[in-house]
Design a protein around this ligand. Sequence first.
Ligand code: ATP
Length: 357
Amino acid sequence: MAIALSQFNEVRLDRVSRDFGALNALREINLTIQRGEFIALLGPSGCGKSTTLNCIAGLLPVTGGAIWLDKSRVDTLKPEERGFGMVFQNYALFPHLNVRQNIGFGLKMRGTPKAEMERKIDEALNLVRLQGQGHKLPGQLSGGQQQRVAIARAIVIEPPLVLMDEPLSNLDAKLRLEMRAEIRRIHNELGATTIYVTHDQDEALSLADRIVVLRDGLVRQVGTPKELYEAPEHLDVADFMGFRNKLKGKLVASSNGRAIVDVEGARISGRTRETIPDGSTAYVAIRPDDLVIGEPGGNALAVSVDTAEYRGREFVGTAHTKGGLELVFRSFQAVEPGTAVHLVAGEDNTLVFSEPV
Ligand code: ATP
């Protein structure tokens, strides 16, 4: 591949804060990203994902801390001096410039000689698989093609870092899946270092080498997709990783990383990383996939079924307990609303936490 990204070893955010008046949008974020990593910033709306990205890009000044590219401090530099590639949700293409001109814009600004510029534009067009489309205006392209142009424009300047802010959210579901694979392919082919903002955990899990979960301007957990999926450290991270059932109860007993919680008189057992005192409030987290219709007894909750939606291979149901807890479960058979059943939680995949979301 002839596009050669500038080399460095790591990007480091050192206690990066950003205030908007009295609002602390980012609170002392520490994060080190190695060259070649694909990092996803994941979290609910307003948690500070875009603010983090904009601080790294230089579109927003930090109000505390520093950002380093190896031993160079970059948060004091203008965006164009940092030279990072940016891809936005709304593509931000120039409507009156054709695809080649859009891609070449940054090179032109940098005074790149014409022949070199044309060669680099060709390479970028090849990389995003838009050969033969160079003469078209953005308005003549599909959403997915426009996003490819935006990606080509970001990488053609050979940036040390590629920053992407929810680049797929304007695309329909099918195209989103296709472009997701494309983004990872381009990252791999280029040997790029990418920071990618998303609120979609599937996107983060499938794309990233490591995921950074943010909440209220704080880093809640950093880990590989597998680490986050299997061992979320907080109930809010578990919630983001698909543990839709979050049940409040009282801790009955715990030992060796196992805890038993009383939820409306039912004993639910699961894994915990914490030491939670007996008798104190505890929260049980269960994925719908791990809550299935079964026999009364251990790990079973008595419920009344509310809905059962057909999803092809299985049904996704909702139900409630006598005490009013709402549950989401999985079923391989149709089940009528109003049916009384027991939902059994898979012990190994049930987690117990001491703090609420
Ligand atoms: P979303 O997924 O909705 O884009 P986000 O995680 O990217 O959310 P940010 O856009 O980073 O969240 O916003 C973090 C917090 O900072 C929010 O509370 C937001 O309202 C606030 N905020 C962001 N930009 C500004 C601004 N220019 N002025 C004032 N407050 C802001």
